[in-house]
Design a binder for this molecule. Structure first.
Ligand code: SF4
Length: 328
């Protein structure tokens, strides 16, 4: 691999993005931003990041918070497992490390929700450790610069791209280098029509020199979308409706939603909500019926009013179903 650090970091100093989490190298903020940025666009993360930090300014306040509160702040960001693991990791940092962030990638990876990428990002950005990172943007840049024309999915593809990342990360200022790599992927080396003539790595890039930017990276094999139908039940008792908490192992674990019943055809149809989760396209028919009596509430089952719904941490489809309700 050619040495790409110099031109890349100089480019970054000129045009790198000014993002809220880049104004400090505090590991807590770096960690929070990296978890939020997994599977969520930068623009969307900005507000969530600022609000979250205002509510839980450090690892101690987060560790002491109730999970419900953490999930509520996360509502709308999706992939709630991230929030639960963030919370669990905060508790571990306080309990096992006295509230001080571990500094090495290996120690960081022992915490819930911190994989190879996130550990590398925290260790390099907050502590300047020469750790490589691979995420969607840097993966594309690295594959193109190296002219790596084999598939990147699967364990083999992953291992190859991590090897390339490890070969290019500099001994010093690795955090700046890694951020520059991500910015180049986001701003210049875009998935389609990369701006090669404006790229600081053009003279070192194999894909550009050999006119193969369209072919690299090699697209991952596509998974087929599965169609699923389900029925959501709005069970009313007076001005209250029944909601349940999603169970461990289910999508949106720990968040509130309306009960599902695959077989239910009874009740008045209120409408339908369509949504996708991973490779599932789900059509959810929403039916409403009155309960003869109010089943006893439990930790994972509650009767709430419309105002009560607004305060719950709800799943994305649950929130859309709630919007279909008329006052009881
Ligand atoms: S020259 Fe083009 S393909 Fe190569 S890194 Fe730069 S933008 Fe990407």
């Amino acid at each position: 691999m050619p040495n790409i650090s110099g031109p890349l970091v100089r480019w970054f100093a000129r045009v790198g993005r000014d993002l809220p989490w880049r104004r400090s190298r505090d590991p807590y903020g770096v960690w929070l931003s990296e978890i939020m940025l997994q599977q969520t666009q930068v623009e969307r993360v900005k507000d969530y990041y600022t609000r979250f930090l205002a509510t839980f300014p450090d690892v101690h306040t987060l560790a002491a918070a109730r999970e419900e509160r953490v999930l509520k702040l996360w509502e709308g960001l999706g992939y709630y497992r991230r929030a639960r693991q963030l919370h669990a990791a905060a508790k571990r940092i306080v309990a096992d490390h006295g509230g001080v962030f571990p500094r090495t990638a290996a120690e960081l990876r022992s915490l819930p929700g911190i994989g190879r990428y996130t550990a590398g990002a925290i260790a390099s950005i907050a502590f300047d450790a020469p750790e490589p990172i691979v995420e969607a943007n840097s993966r594309r840049v690295l594959a193109r610069v190296a002219g790596h024309d084999r598939p990147l999915d699967g364990p083999r593809g992953e291992a190859a791209i991590w090897e390339i990342a490890a070969a290019v990360v500099p001994r010093r200022a690795a955090g700046r280098f890694n951020q520059a790599l991500m910015d180049l992927g986001a701003l210049v080396c875009t998935p389609t029509r990369p701006l090669c003539t404006a790229c600081p790595l053009a003279t070192r890039c194999v894909a550009w020199r050999t006119r193969r930017t369209d072919a690299i990276p090699v697209p991952a094999s596509r998974r087929e979308t599965k169609r699923v139908r389900e029925t959501a039940l709005v069970i009313r008792h007076g001005d209250h409706v029944l909601v349940e908490r999603r169970k461990p192992g289910e999508w949106w674990e720990g968040l509130w939603d309306f009960p599902r019943d695959a077989a239910a055809a009874r009740g008045r149809k209120l409408g339908a909500v369509r949504y996708t989760v991973t490779h599932h396209a789900i059509e959810c028919i929403v039916r409403e019926r009155a309960a003869a009596r109010r089943a006893r509430p439990t930790k994972d089952r509650r009767w709430v009013t419309a105002a009560g719904l607004a305060t719950l941490a709800m799943t994305a489809p649950g929130r859309r179903i709630a919007a279909l309700l008329k006052p009881g």
